[in-house]
Design a protein around this ligand. Structure first.
Ligand code: TRP
Ligand code: SF4
Length: 328
């Protein structure tokens, strides 16, 4: 590990992972595993800040997301994979950081303001939800991460983390490096209804979907909205199915569809069938590995336990430094 920069990132276990998560984050993490000392964790306490009325779901998705990770290529040999709530030190550091974090920093956090409006069906006027970025800061600096690979929506949280780290160092002495954002390019993956793919929009194709589920979802995908009849020429440039072809089909197929769609030589039903077959095939290895892990729950638990053990060693050491710095 010596010499490698450390990165850390997390995901909330609020649902099964979908293709948007794969392209938005996971693919990137998988690639970073050789270059960095990677810490990836499941942020179950963060899930609790918004889903506190439904903790059973959180519990269920911890294992599900871990299996999503393992079956797409996160490797417990290369990376430290763990669950946030198993490392109680996060909570202690969160508590200490909350003493030095000015409330206005949290109140002006754009993600906070947005989420309060967007998730108006939930009562988010809680202390814990306001303190979300403080917990995230604890997650990050407890491992002294150099970088945090995240999408653009998480930049404000890493900014607050840097401010909190700076304030701690200023008050008690240099303990924490200020982590950098490693911006993940997030190609826009649209769901079957052409809105951004999201579990809450009910438009997602999940990594754990069966071939039948994938085929059925693809058959419901909205194509070129101008193409009403089979005899109308279509425009692949505005068609989400074509976007998927570009990822999952070979060049000849993509070229043929690009040509034939425009002259109504191919219909959307057939075009979708081809895409669905290729997508199903591409996810075959993921399904295979998922089956293996589902049949070996003890192995998954062991992987989580080993990861937590490695994470805990680092977290404990940082907490010792923190306690020494504040002398409490
Ligand atoms: N807030 C992040 C998200 O919703 C999840 C998260 C929690 C996280 N703690 C983190 C990400 C620490 C990076 C680093 O996606
Ligand atoms: Fe889209 Fe294919 Fe239909 Fe053309 S034929 S509009 S690319 S689904």
């Amino acid at each position: 590990m010596a010499g490698k920069k450390r990165i850390l990132s997390g995901m909330r276990p609020t649902g099964p992972l979908h293709l948007g998560n794969l392209f938005g984050a996971l693919d990137n993490w998988i690639k970073m595993q050789d270059e960095y000392d990677c810490f990836f964790f499941i942020a179950d306490w963060h899930a609790l800040t918004s889903d506190y009325e439904d903790p059973d779901n959180i519990k269920r998705y911890i294992d599900h997301v871990m299996i999503d990770w393992l079956s797409t290529g996160l490797s417990p040999e290369k990376s430290t994979l763990f669950v946030q709530s198993h490392i109680k030190e996060h909570a202690e550091l969160f508590l200490i950081l909350s003493m030095i974090t000015p409330v206005p920093w949290l109140e002006r956090n754009p993600t906070y303001k947005e989420q309060i409006v967007q998730l108006s069906n939930k009562d988010l006027s809680t202390f814990g939800f306001l303190g979300y970025p403080v917990l995230q800061a604890a997650d990050i600096i407890i491992y002294k991460a150099d970088g945090v690979p995240v999408g653009v929506d998480q930049i404000p949280h890493v900014e607050i983390t840097r401010e909190i780290a700076r304030r701690f160092n200023h008050l008690y002495g240099e303990v924490f490096p200020e982590p950098e954002v490693i911006l993940t390019k997030t190609p826009k993956i649209l769901g079957i209804d052409r809105r951004k793919m999201s579990k809450s929009y009910n438009n997602a194709i999940f990594l754990s979907d069966s071939p039948d589920e994938i085929a059925s979802k693809v058959s419901q995908m909205i194509t070129d909205p101008q193409r009403a009849r089979r005899s109308d020429p279509g425009n692949p440039d505005v068609c989400n199915v074509f976007e998927f072809h570009k990822t999952y089909s070979n060049k000849e197929t993509v070229d043929a569809i690009n040509r034939d769609c425009r002259i109504a030589q191919i219909g959307c039903v057939d075009c979708k069938k081809i895409m669905a077959q290729n997508l199903i095939k591409a996810l075959e290895p993921v399904r295979e590995k998922r089956k293996f892990y589902e049949q070996h729950p003890d192995l998954v638990n062991q992987i989580i336990e080993d990861g937590c053990h490695k994470a805990r060693m680092v977290a404990k050491k940082t907490l010792e430094e923190v306690r020494a710095a504040i002398n409490i």
